[in-house]
Design a protein around this ligand. Structure first.
Ligand SMILES: Cc1ncc(COP(=O)(O)O)c(C=O)c1O
Length: 364
């Protein structure tokens, strides 16, 4: 029996091989490898796709969260509210600035930041909020953005897993003051290495983000702040431009696979991921919940089927943050960490593979 992987970047490459090969060879022949026309074109194309006023490429999704916080003036003594159930980088970006990540609970139905818990987490030191659109579905952006504007907080959207998702007709990354995207190879829009992108609402922030990604430069060899080396390279930009042309069809393929999972797993006893009905879920992950998740994972592994626990430890309980958060109880985040299991989902997954996965889940 062929093994089934969580993702299959090589199979996706084969679907776009001619276009990708042409793009990569074009960049190699051009001799321009960093911050050039491919990156500029990608920024324009993504700004248009996302409905964002400004888009600035960078080296990773982590930088794409860190730099907006710096641009917003977040620093030591400040607090930034983040959901406790997300990838570590969301909180890490806050810690880089010297500010304190304050962990809020999630809505158990959607895995996203619970607006009620957000309100409880706000103090006089809170400066910003990172709303993560986990697994490909937008957080409750209407309520969260209202809370942020009432309390004068900067809203940063963590869109690493949610490119192309929308909420009330507006795309992820166009709601907040800033949005951060990751193009890590396994993401819905994945590069052939590390890459990321920031969206911004204001032209002033666009300028600051461009400076931060490039050693704090305003013009060549004139530095008005200390920045970082987080430039987007031309090979990644060219790869991403090709893949962006296919993103809609791949997103719809993911949604079809999600529907296939729902049909096959209905009544199986596992909890299926909820759609909130306010916009498109782009299914970066298809995440089920079950008290038997470890047994299901093992049963799948015996059949040669990969599955992943995103994420096994809530952030307030991570060794690095646990000391500062002793006694903090976030029951929904903690329960999610105990019960979630993400099943393989990628645009190349076939119907027979879906049958095999679902049969193994049911049999567990
Ligand atoms: C929710 C979330 N935030 C941030 C990141 C960080 O992105 P990157 O790995 O590109 O730095 C990731 C991806 O790994 C992520 O899934």
């Amino acid at each position: 029996m062929n093994p089934i992987q969580m993702v299959n970047p090589a199979a996706e490459y084969r679907l776009m091989k001619a276009e990708l090969d042409e793009a990569v060879l074009r960049v190699l022949a051009s001799g321009r490898y960093i911050l050039g026309p491919e990156g500029e074109a990608l920024e324009k194309e993504l700004a248009a796709y996302l409905g964002a006023a400004h888009a600035v490429g960078c080296n990773s999704g982590t930088d794409a969260l860190h730099f907006p916080l710096v641009a917003a003036g977040v620093g030591p003594g400040d607090e930034v509210v983040v959901p406790a159930f997300t990838f570590f980088a969301t909180a890490e970006a806050v810690s880089y600035t010297g500010a304190k990540p304050v962990f809020a609970d999630i809505d158990p139905a959607t895995f996203n930041l619970d607006p009620k818990s957000l309100i409880k987490s706000i103090t006089s030191r809170t400066k910003a909020v990172i709303a993560v659109h986990l697994f490909g579905q937008c957080a409750a952006l209407d309520q969260i953005s209202k809370i942020c504007s009432e309390k004068n907080l900067v809203l940063v959207e963590d869109c690493a897993q949610a490119i192309g998702a929308d909420y009330d007709g507006r795309r992820a990354g166009s709601w907040g003051e800033f949005g951060g995207f990751s193009f890590y190879p396994t993401k819905n829009l994945g590069a052939a290495g590390d890459a990321g992108l920031m969206t911004a609402r204001s032209a002033e922030h666009d300028k600051v983000l461009r400076s931060l990604r490039h050693h704090g430069t305003k013009q060549t060899y004139l530095h008005d702040r200390v920045g970082w080396n987080s430039r987007l390279d031309e090979l990644q930009a060219a790869v991403l431009r090709v893949k962006l042309r296919h993103l809609e069809r791949f997103t719809e393929a993911r949604r079809k696979i999600a529907a296939g999972y729902r049909a096959r797993l209905a009544g199986s006893g596992v909890a299926l991921p909820a759609e909130h009905g306010r916009g498109r879920h782009v299914y970066h992950q298809f995440t089920i919940r079950s008290p038997k998740r470890d047994a299901i994972k093992e049963a799948l592994a015996k059949e040669g089927i990969a599955s992943s626990v995103f994420y096994p430890v809530a952030l307030h309980q991570q060794p690095v943050y646990a000391g500062a958060n002793a006694g903090l109880s976030l029951p929904h985040a903690e329960e999610a960490a105990r019960t979630v299991l993400s099943l393989p989902i990628n645009p190349t997954l076939s119907e027979p593979e879906l049958d095999r996965i679902c049969a193994a889940v049911r049999a567990a």
